[in-house]
Design a protein around this ligand. Structure first.
Ligand SMILES: C[S@@+](CC[C@H](N)C(=O)[O-])C[C@H]1O[C@@H](n2cnc3c(N)ncnc32)[C@H](O)[C@@H]1O
Length: 258
């Protein structure tokens, strides 16, 4: 029997309506909610009148708390007997460092419950009408990070085995490394005319997106000045979106897709 507990929950891409009922329930019953950047006010409004809110978000180059400080905060509040909810965007276990927090807390004897959230890939693909897998077109989907652990732009070693025309690639945090990733994918055999899309602030009213063939995507992103958070989807399934531009639909590539 565990004495203390902490709940790691996801609030679904960036659209609060994409939260699970389970996440809503734990937020309503939390004593303390630690939350990240871009959590909308309607989510924060769900907490009870006596609950405390603590912002622990990060933006590029600025972290309101280090990861170690977040670990210690979660631990101290959970040990004090509070019902602690650590709320993260999307799914806490998809590029959310939820695994690290869970591992740390469990090693300190804290029970951790994880409530899945709708990851950006699912929320955005649904919004754009892109099936991440599709019989005869994409038989697998792969989530990649474009961010290196060092935070730099060192080579993305995954490109070699990710260059599979039958796999949909979803790149998180990939804005700055896309030029290098795209070159490597094409070098390793992914057709340069593979359909792709970059979506900024997907599932929110501020959503902006740019569709292009892989070879042109990085330039188009620069042209329209997309900023973080942006998600990139690369694969033949992108051309199935009703938003895929007509001019690109007529390209010979689509003949191969059918
Ligand atoms: C640290 S990761 C967190 C991912 C999150 N745990 C999830 O499951 O969606 C942040 C990255 O996710 C992507 N992302 C998350 N929400 C997004 C959104 N609403 N629109 C576009 N990209 C998003 C971006 O690539 C962003 O840089």
């Amino acid at each position: 029997m565990w004495a203390w507990q902490c709940v790691l929950g996801g609030y679904g891409a960036r659209d609060s309506e994409l939260m699970t009922l389970k996440a809503v329930k734990v937020i309503q019953n939390a004593d303390l909610l630690l939350y990240d950047r871009l959590v909308s006010n309607d989510v924060l409004d769900l907490v009870g009148p006596d609950a405390k809110l603590l912002y622990v978000g990060k933006t590029a180059g600025y972290h309101s708390r280090t990861q170690e400080e977040i670990h210690e905060l979660l631990l101290s509040f959970a040990e004090a007997g509070a019902t602690v909810v650590r709320l993260k965007g999307g799914d806490p276990l998809v590029f959310g460092r939820g695994g690290e927090e869970m591992d740390f807390l469990q090693r300190q004897g804290i029970q951790v419950k994880v409530i899945p959230g709708i990851t950006a890939a699912s929320g955005i693909a649904a919004e754009l009408g892109i099936p991440l897998t599709h019989r005869g077109i994409a038989n697998s989907v792969r989530f990649l990070t474009g961010h290196s652990r060092k935070g730099g732009t060192d080579p993305l070693f995954v490109a070699e085995n990710a260059a599979d025309p039958d796999t949909t690639l979803v790149v998180y945090m990939g804005l700055s490394t896309l030029p290098s990733l795209a070159q490597k994918l094409m070098h390793h055999g992914l057709p340069s005319n593979t359909p792709a899309v970059a979506v900024e602030r997907g599932t929110t009213p501020q959503e902006r997106m740019v569709f292009a063939e892989l070879k042109d995507l990085a330039d188009k992103i620069v042209l329209v000045e997309l900023v973080s958070p942006t998600l990139i989807i690369i694969g033949k399934v992108v051309a199935l979106s009703p938003f895929w531009p007509q001019t690109l639909k007529e390209a010979s590539f689509l003949v191969e897709v059918k």
